[in-house]
Design a binder for this molecule. Structure first.
Ligand SMILES: [Mg+2]
Length: 226
């Protein structure tokens, strides 16, 4: 199928789709239901890339029980999917063009995300991005969330290439840390955070409209054969 010698592992939220407002709104619907105050912007930013059960138990302290944290997290995602179905999901600049170019170049792409598989499936449908990925690793596939590298190691395995031949694309510092810890190259996008918060990445771009297949290949130390 392909003789590509590198693969691209995309984070989902904030990298491929503009889902921030829907996530923030669904956290606040959960907070309201449980009788807690809404999450302010700074706290919401701290949740990026983390698993719900860790956010609810360790950051918010809404429960000490992991099963209850898991249940609250699933409730938040019910609110989220209902919002997506009602309001749709916008694809970020350059995404469709780059994914098409990667597919044409035979570069395998996978998703590595802290979101639930059902959210990703719903989101891929809403955004019309089905068919660009050889696979995905989601919240259900891992024990530890980013900055642990587990989700990207699993995404790399779906591409059939070793971690050191993979480029991780991320909008959160937790995700960049995860990619580095997994031995992958990293590209940070400034779609969510300022440049100062994304240090440590191998490369930084405003969004994917600035990124070509060639730039990705160079980051992975590869030329393109065609
Ligand atoms: Mg993200």
């Amino acid at each position: 199928m392909t003789d590509a010698r590198f693969a691209v592992l995309f984070d989902w939220d904030g990298v491929l789709v503009d889902s921030g407002e829907a996530h923030h709104a669904s956290w606040n619907l959960l907070a309201e239901e449980l009788g807690h105050p809404p999450l302010d912007d700074a706290f919401f930013a701290e949740t990026f890339g983390r698993l719900n059960r860790q956010i609810i138990r360790d950051l918010l302290g809404w429960t000490t029980d992991l099963d209850e944290a898991e249940r609250f997290g699933r409730r938040k995602e019910e609110f989220y999917r209902a919002l997506l179905r009602r309001e749709g999901l916008a694809v970020l600049p350059g995404v469709r063009e780059l994914l098409a170019a990667l597919r044409a170049a035979g570069v395998p792409c996978a998703v590595g995300t802290s979101t639930l598989r059902e959210n990703l499936t719903t989101g891929l449908q809403q955004a019309g991005l089905e068919g660009f990925f050889v696979g995905a690793a989601t919240s259900e596939d891992v024990r530890l969330g980013k900055p642990d590298p587990e989700v990207f190691l699993q995404a790399a395995a779906r591409t059939g290439l070793p971690p050191e031949s993979c480029l991780v694309v991320e909008d959160s510092h937790h995700g960049i840390e995860a990619g580095r810890a997994g031995g992958m190259k990293t590209l940070a996008l400034l779609t969510t955070h300022e440049r100062g918060q994304m240090q440590g990445a191998d490369d930084i771009a405003k969004d994917l409209s600035e990124v070509s297949v060639e730039r990705m290949a160079r980051l992975c130390g590869e030329g393109l054969s065609a």
